[in-house]
Structures are given as structure tokens and as C-alpha cells.
Design a protein around this ligand. Structure first.
Ligand code: AP5
Ligand code: MG
Length: 223
């Protein structure tokens, strides 16, 4: 069975940065609920109109809505061949239980849960300097991972933007929600959880995750 990974971590902990690099390096499919929801807002779809108020205030989108979109995304055939990284999902116990049901129906499973550990002060520093490509969603930081040209994506040359929920006030709220709603999932997933110190450099974290995932792959191949 291909690897099925969940990335848990507060705003700015580096889930998206690592998921982008790992999916490219290991050929896994990255499913970021935040990216899917923001894209629906940009395209002004019915989903986008429904979720805009939650995203822009830093509140969670209702479980039923998120479960519906994840179910649809996971049914894509390429996922059962390549494996997946769920970046920012599940975020509540209800979503985790719903995910268990969806995965059973399509004969996939979660093989590892990565918990990105970071404190509030560091997340505020990171979110303030984050820039996102408006074309391909590539993530930059003005200081920690700057683009070659301050306002343009290195990969697709689209303009770089700041997310509307990237203000200090909203990051504080997202951090609070993470602690209250999402951290309890560590107990739900128990032995599947591997914690990483998310304050290390992106390269150190990437190398650690690659070796953990490759070890997991070895286990799957030998099983
Ligand atoms: P989402 O988009 O998932 O936001 P988030 O969880 O708050 O996390 P971020 O994307 O802000 O941070 P990240 O961990 O990906 O960090 P990044 O790699 O970008 O969700 C947004 C909203 O959508 C939610 O608030 C909610 O409304 C809704 N939503 C989404 N999923 C939902 C769900 N399942 N249920 C309900 N609602 C949902 O890195 C941050 C910055 O730091 C970047 O600038 C980066 O370059 C830099 N950086 C990364 N790693 C390092 C490092 N090691 N050292 C230094 N800098 C680093
Ligand atoms: Mg992200």
C-alpha cells in the first residue's frame, strides 16, 4: 500500500513548505485543504462563497463541508497508486473519524502522522514574512526563504501575494483553535505520531522526514 501521511501543526509550522517539497521528491499527492478552499474563494465557486467568512477570520470551516471535499479529492485514482500527504486535515476529532471511514471505503490507510512542534512567537514571525505565489501556490518567506525577485515567483513568474488571514490577530486565533481542536488528534493517532522540531531549518526537517518516510516504505514493501 502507498504511504498515507497526515501533517498536523499550527499556522506557520511549515506543513505546506515540507508537503510541497516531499510530494515533489517522493511523488506523493499533496492535498492541502487550505489551498483547495482558497482556490475556491478565488474562483468564486459556491464552495468559495460558503467558506470565505471562515477562512478570512481564521475560524474552522464546518466539518461536513471539509469532509465532502476531501472525500472527493481522495477518490482520484492517482492517490491509490502514489500515496498522499494530507496537509492541514483532519483538524477536529469529527474530521479524523470521518477520514477513517472514507479511507476504509477506498481501501487506503494512514501510515504516519507528523506533528510539527512550534511556539506562538515563532509562528507570528513566520506568518508576517510569508509570501505565496498567486499562480502555483509556492511558499516563500522574505527572510527565511526569499524568492530571487521580491515580487515574482521563481518557478512560474506569477506575482507573490500575502494571505488575507496572515495578520497577527488571526494567527493568534488560529493558534488557539489548533491547541483546542487539533492537538487532541495526537491521542487519536497514538503510535502513528512522529513529532518533529519545526524550528529547525527547512533542509534539516526535510531530510528527517525523507528518511522516516523511506523507512516506512521499506516496511510496506517487506509486508
Ligand atoms: P491552512 O492554509 O491549512 O493554514 P494553517 O494551518 O493556519 O497553516 P499555514 O498554511 O498558515 O502554515 P503552514 O504550516 O503550511 O506553514 P508554511 O509552510 O506556509 O488553513 C487556512 C484556513 O483554512 C484555516 O484557518 C481554516 O479556516 C480553513 N481550513 C483549512 N483546512 C481546514 C480543515 N481541515 N478544517 C476546517 N477548516 C480548514 O510556512 C510558513 C512560513 O514559514 C513560510 O513563509 C515559510 O517559507 C516559512 N518556513 C517554513 N518552514 C520554515 C523553517 N523550518 N524555518 C524558517 N521558516 C520556515
Ligand atoms: Mg499551509
Amino acid at each position: 500500500m502507498p504511504p498515507g501521511l497526515i501533517f498536523l501543526g499550527a499556522a506557520g509550522s511549515g506543513k505546506g513548505t515540507q508537503a510541497q517539497q516531499l510530494s515533489e521528491h517522493l511523488g506523493l499527492v499533496q492535498l492541502s485543504t487550505g489551498d483547495i478552499l482558497r482556490d475556491s474563494i478565488r474562483r468564486q465557486t459556491p464552495l468559495g462563497l460558503e467558506v470565505k467568512k471562515y477562512i478570512e477570520t481564521g475560524e474552522l470551516v464546518p466539518d461536513e463541508t471539509v469532509l465532502g471535499l476531501v472525500k472527493e479529492a481522495l477518490q482520484d485514482n492517482s492517490i491509490s497508486d502514489k500515496g498522499f500527504i494530507l496537509d492541514g486535515f483532519p483538524r477536529t476529532l469529527e474530521q479524523a473519524v470521518g477520514l477513517d471511514t472514507i479511507l476504509k471505503q477506498i481501501d487506503l490507510q494512514v501510515s504516519m502522522v507528523i506533528e510539527f512542534q512550534i511556539g506562538l512567537d515563532e509562528t507570528i514571525k513566520r506568518i508576517g514574512g510569508r509570501r505565496i505565489c498567486s499562480g502555483c501556490n509556492k511558499i516563500y518567506h522574505v527572510e527565511f526563504n526569499p524568492p530571487s525577485n521580491a515580487s515574482v515567483c521563481d518557478i512560474c513568474s506569477s506575482s507573490l501575494i500575502q494571505r488575507k488571514d496572515d495578520t497577527e490577530e488571526k494567527v493568534r486565533r488560529r493558534f488557539e483553535i489548533y491547541q483546542a481542536e487539533t492537538e487532541p488528534l495526537i491521542t487519536h493517532y497514538q503510535s502513528l505520531v512522529h513529532s518533529v522540531d519545526a524550528t529547525r531549518t527547512p533542509k534539516e526537517i526535510f531530510e528527517k522526514l525523507v528518511s522516516q518516510i523511506e523507512a516506512l516504505n521499506g516496511i510496506h514493501q517487506n509486508a
